[in-house]
Design a protein around this ligand. Structure first.
Ligand SMILES: Cc1ncc(COP(=O)(O)O)c(C=O)c1O
Length: 346
């Protein structure tokens, strides 16, 4: 049984935001179809905060730090259809803090009206000030511009807390995925099935690094496959290593995660961030029709395509549990409705 006594994770300030533990459900139809006896989905799409997702766990630690510093305004940046930004706005509302969001033009070629649907519709409903930033692929520039907005907040007498994008900042949100690792280990232990593999979308790398560091921290050797959704594996791999090492250092467990521990694949990314492939669309379709799971075209559709691909290649050993982490993204589905119109018309 896992024990929390003296767990260094408990030493970090945390604001309770996520509905957790989230369920871990069997993928019944896919088990029947594939013959694999132990396939599960970790329902982190059900964490709450205005339609759920992985960022709720991460925000618990950013807001924990913000509240501990006495901040009254939280600033965040992300793509126009960012789930992180939407959930940050929701977290701020819940905790009675102000929030200002910066939306970057990261995905070209989307139909008009992107800022009136999906996550952006929810941002507007939550009523937070929106700043637009024309660059989508320059993390340092996006962070610099957030700092400028933070200075404006200070000039008005406010106390801002900035959630940065760049990988040089402490990956506080990864602590939320150490919590998730503990939940999965408790849930597989209760099932009496050893945990063998986990598949997760790898974007900023915070969830990937957190879950991997969490498993090693709690003594599990489970393999974690990170499915690249933002950049190619040769760029993503060092990023996950860096963030995992940073997290291990934060726990006082330097050396806990090795370079060989980090597995990234970009076989499912297609043309890049926010650009779903035929495989993404097929995975979304299969998840909906066989498991009633709603995936999105930017993150979870690609990650589930990866899960199904690894299953087919025999990379998910059937003498233990293989868990797909559903990291949410549901509102993004509506921003990509045009893809289904095109599919139906052809
Ligand atoms: C729905 C969803 N899944 C996965 C990810 C990737 O998680 P991370 O940024 O922690 O790598 C994100 C990131 O925004 C997301 O919104």
């Amino acid at each position: 049984m896992l024990s929390l006594t003296n767990d260094p994770v408990l030493g970090f300030p945390r604001a309770r935001l996520a509905h957790a533990p989230t369920p871990m459900d069997p993928l019944d139809a896919i088990m029947r179809q594939s013959g694999h006896p132990h396939l599960y989905v970790k329902r982190d799409d059900l964490t709450g905060l205005a339609m759920g997702g992985n960022k709720a766990r991460q925000l618990e630690y950013y807001f924990g730090a913000a509240l501990a510093e006495g901040a009254d305004t939280v600033l965040i940046t992300g793509a126009v259809q960012s789930n992180f930004v939407r959930m940050c706005a929701a977290a701020a509302r819940k905790l009675g803090r102000a929030c200002e969001i910066q939306l970057e033009d990261r995905v070209q070629g989307m139909p008009p009206g992107q800022d009136q649907t999906g996550n952006t519709l929810l941002d507007r409903l939550l009523g937070v000030p929106i700043h637009r930033f024309p660059v989508g692929e320059d993390e340092a520039a996006a962070d610099d511009n957030l700092e400028r907005i933070a200075n404006d907040v200070r000039a008005r007498g406010g106390k801002p807390y900035v959630i940065h994008l760049g990988p040089e900042y402490p990956p506080l949100g990864g602590l939320g995925y150490i919590d998730c690792a503990r939940e999965i280990l408790t849930q597989t232990e209760a099932l009496g099935v050893p945990l063998k593999t986990v598949v997760v979308a790898s974007g900023s790398a915070i969830s990937h690094a957190g879950i991997l560091t969490g498993f090693r921290h709690y003594g599990s050797n489970a393999r974690v496959f990170g499915i690249c959704v933002r950049r190619n594996a040769d760029q993503q791999h060092p990023r996950v290593v860096k963030r995992s090492r940073h997290l291990a250092d934060m726990l006082g467990r330097t050396g806990l995660v090795t370079e060989q521990d980090v597995i990234t694949t970009d076989a499912y990314i297609g043309e890049g961030y926010g650009k779903p492939t035929a495989g993404t669309m097929a995975a979304i379709d299969r998840a909906a029709k066989s498991e009633t799971l709603l995936l999105d075209p930017v993150y979870t559709g690609k990650a589930f395509d990866g899960f199904l691909g690894l299953l087919k290649q025999g990379m998910l050993p059937d003498d233990g549990a293989a868990v797909f982490i559903h990291t949410g993204g549901t509102p993004g589905l509506f921003a990509y409705a045009h893809l289904w119109h095109v599919a139906r018309a052809s």
